[in-house]
Design a protein around this ligand. Sequence first.
Ligand code: SF4
Ligand code: SF4
Length: 389
Amino acid sequence: MADKKSKVIAIPCDSYDEEKVYKCIKTGLSQLGGFESIVGAEEKILVKPNLLSASVPDKAIATHPSVLKGVLRLLNERGCTDVKIGDSPGHGSCEGALKTLGLKEDEIYGARFTPMSENVHVDFPEGETCKEFDFCKEIVESDAIINVCKMKTHALERITGAVKNVYGFVCGYRKAAGHVKFPNDTVFARMLADIHRCTHPRIHIMDGIMAMEGNGPGAGTPTPMNMILISFDPVALDTVFCYLVNLNPELVPTNSQGYRIGIGTDRDDEIEIILCDGSEAKIIEKNELFDRYGNGAFDVGREKPKNTFLMKYSGFMTKLARRPVIDTEKCVKCGICVDHCPVPGKAVDFKNGKTSPPVYDYKKCIRCYCCQEMCPQKAISPQKGLLRR
Ligand code: SF4
Ligand code: SF4
């Protein structure tokens, strides 16, 4: 049975020193055969970071440039000559986000920036929850996608990691519409699993050196977890992230739905963690991993949903779920939250004019937290409702 387990490679790494990060990724990948066995030199490759919005590396919002450069360098050493890097950010351009991170196109080992701005409609009749997508054209044109995600909390799904990162495959503003079509954490997670089934990212690499806790994915607090995780299985990888922060993996919809739909496993006995510490590689149990490298105080939603029976009544649930609230002291009235609200007629708007902060209409609000995700001032946070979901 051992060879049927999903392997997750855990590589401790306590700095973003480029050479160190490169060596850690190289060591980790070697446990899975290296890029030699993962991609062909002649293939068209897309490296997909988490670029939520234009942000500097220290904020821990985006995948760190050292991790991206380490991956690109290894692809270059593999002999890959057609490598692009890009994401469809929630706000602003891909090129702007890459440049704000500090990446320069002439320093990324022959890879090229790609805009991820042109839409291609894709039918997916096999989809369980979603049977069509509007992907960026690079997703369709690539032979292999390397998913380089970031270890962060997430208001809707508790965490964002390997499973959630593929939502950036959806082109531009169409991402907001997806929140209306898939309006709660469970169906949204099923749709994400369908994206995985449709696109089959070749491998998942998580930057967990400086993670984000609290009000993630854009307004949380950077916190060191000093870890890089690598796996072919996105659910197993996110499950090991949960082990490291003492979060029950089954509470994460992207894990439970990902397992149900068959893109990976969140079951302890189906996951093998291989610790690459220095020159050693050895199998390690999840408890020992946590004891040595975990952070039980990591600020993430650990509470259980209070009434799963009510989950069936999505409209009722929404009224009881956590509400986004604006801190009017922090708000600069930029209107980005209003622009990103996907609900027709807007559930957050400048009802009192543009010289006052926007105001919520909680009857309309579907609790997608796009406003919270995109607020550049960290002025929006979900506040406790009667139920957590
Ligand atoms: S995005 Fe944030 S800062 Fe901008 S208007 Fe909304 S709450 Fe205020
Ligand atoms: S107000 Fe915010 S949480 Fe509510 S629907 Fe609009 S974007 Fe989503």
